[in-house]
Design a protein around this ligand. Structure first.
Ligand SMILES: Cc1cc2nc3c(=O)[nH]c(=O)nc-3n(C[C@H](O)[C@H](O)[C@H](O)COP(=O)(O)OP(=O)(O)OC[C@H]3O[C@@H](n4cnc5c(N)ncnc54)[C@H](O)[C@@H]3O)c2cc1C
Length: 324
C-alpha cells in the first residue's frame, strides 16, 4: 500500500484533478458536520476522475466517493483516506431521452427535463444533492422514484467503465445495487421520459418545492428523512394492526409515525434536535457533532424497538465510522 503522501503526489499530477489535504468535510455536507479528509480530490472530467479512482483502488488506500453531501453523516474524526467527487455536470437531450453526468445537481436535471417538455422527474423537484447520489439511493418523492425513468447507467465497476441497464441497477425502495456493491461508481445516467406540456410540469414542480421548503427550510442543516419509511406488507401483523389506515401512503407507513408514537418529537442531544413538527427530521443547530447525531439516532431506534419491536433502517449514509 502506498503512503498517503505518495498517493497524494501521484493524484496531484493527474491533469484535471483538484486535490486538497485535510479538507474539512463539514464544508461538503448539508449537516455541516464532519472532520477532515486526509486527501480530498475532485474532477469534472470523467477520464481524470476514473484515473483517480483507479489509483485509489491500486494503492489499497481507503477511499469513498461522495456527491452533494445531502445524505451523509461524516465522523467528527473525518475520513482517513481519499474522498473523491465527480463534478461533471453535463446534461444532454435526444428526443425523449436525457443523459446526465453524476455531478449534475438533481434539480438542474429536473429543470432541464421540464424545460424540454418531458415528464417523469417533476416529483423529484426540490430534492437536494446530485444525480449520482440520487441513483445510488433511488431518490424519490410523491410516489415516484428516479428508478422509474433510468434506462442505463454508465459506471466504473472496480475494474472498468461499462454500461448497465435498469434491471442490473436492482432498484427497490431507496435501494440500489450501488448500496451493496460499493466499488460500483456512477458516472452518468440515461433516463427515458415522456412528452408533456411544459407549463403543467412546471406548475407541479413549483407546488412541490413550495411544500418542501416549508418542511425543510433551505438553510436547515439536515439530511431530509433520517430513516426509511416502512413497507406495510413487510410489517408483523400485530404492528400493522396498530397503524391507522389514514397514515398509510402508497403501501408505506412513514417512519415518522412510529417515531412520534415513541416520543421522538423535540428530543435533542447537544446541538442536534428532532424537529418539533416532524419526528423523522433531525437537524444540527450549528453546534452539533457526528457523535451527538449517532447517539440521538441510536436513542430513536431504541425507542421504536422498545415500543413496536421494529428495527428502523437509516436512509442517511455513514462515512468515516469503523463499519464504513
Ligand atoms: C432537505 C432534504 C430533503 C430531502 N428529501 C429527500 C426526498 O424527498 N427523497 C429522497 O429520496 N431523498 C431526500 N433527501 C436525501 C438526499 O437529498 C438524497 O438522498 C440525494 O439524492 C443524495 O445525493 P447527494 O449527491 O447529496 O449524495 P451524498 O449525500 O453525497 O451521498 C449519498 C450516498 O451516495 C453515494 N454516492 C454519491 N455519489 C455517488 C456516485 N457517483 N456513485 C456511487 N455512489 C455515490 C455516497 O457514497 C453516499 O453513500 C433529502 C435531503 C435533504 C437534505
Amino acid at each position: 500500500m502506498s503512503t498517503p503522501e505518495e498517493t497524494f503526489q501521484v493524484l496531484d499530477r493527474i491533469p484535471g484533478i483538484k486535490t486538497l489535504r485535510f479538507e474539512p468535510l463539514a464544508r461538503h455536507t448539508r449537516f455541516g458536520i464532519g472532520g477532515p479528509a486526509e486527501v480530498f480530490a475532485e474532477a469534472d472530467r470523467a477520464v481524470a476522475f476514473v484515473r483517480a479512482l483507479e489509483l485509489a483502488r491500486s494503492s489499497g488506500w481507503p477511499h469513498v466517493v461522495i456527491g452533494g453531501g445531502t445524505n451523509l453523516i461524516i465522523s467528527d474524526e473525518g475520513f482517513p483516506g481519499l474522498v473523491l467527487r465527480f463534478t461533471g455536470k453535463r446534461l444532454e437531450a435526444d428526443g425523449e431521452t436525457v443523459t446526465a453526468q453524476a455531478g449534475a445537481m438533481l434539480q438542474d436535471l429536473v429543470d432541464f427535463s421540464i424545460g424540454r417538455g418531458l415528464r417523469g422527474l417533476e416529483t423529484l423537484a426540490g430534492i437536494p444533492g446530485w444525480v449520482g447520489g440520487a441513483v445510488y439511493g433511488n431518490a424519490g418523492a410523491y410516489g415516484h422514484s428516479i428508478s422509474e425513468r433510468v434506462s442505463r447507467a454508465r459506471i466504473h465497476d472496480g475494474a472498468a467503465v461499462r454500461d448497465i441497464d435498469n434491471a442490473a441497477c436492482n432498484f427497490r425502495y431507496r435501494e440500489s445495487v450501488f448500496k451493496r456493491s460499493k466499488a460500483w461508481i456512477i458516472l452518468e445516467v440515461t433516463l427515458d421520459l415522456t412528452p408533456a406540456p411544459r407549463e403543467e410540469l412546471r406548475a407541479a414542480a413549483e407546488r412541490i418545492v413550495t411544500t418542501r421548503n416549508e418542511k425543510f427550510p433551505p438553510e436547515m442543516k439536515c439530511a431530509g428523512s433520517i430513516f426509511k419509511n416502512l413497507l406495510l406488507a413487510e410489517l408483523p401483523g400485530a404492528v400493522a394492526a396498530q397503524v391507522p389506515q389514514e397514515v398509510v401512503r402508497e403501501g408505506k407507513i412513514p417512519a415518522a409515525w412510529f417515531l412520534e408514537q415513541s416520543g421522538a418529537k423535540g428530543l435533542a442531544r447537544g446541538g442536534v434536535h428532532v424537529a418539533s413538527y416532524h419526528a423523522n427530521l433531525v437537524y444540527n443547530d450549528g453546534s452539533g457533532t457526528a457523535r451527538e447525531l449517532r447517539e440521538l439516532i441510536a436513542d430513536l431506534k431504541a425507542r421504536v424497538r422498545a415500543r413496536f419491536g421494529l428495527e428502523l433502517e437509516e436512509e442517511v449514509q455513514y462515512v468515516g465510522f469503523s463499519s464504513t
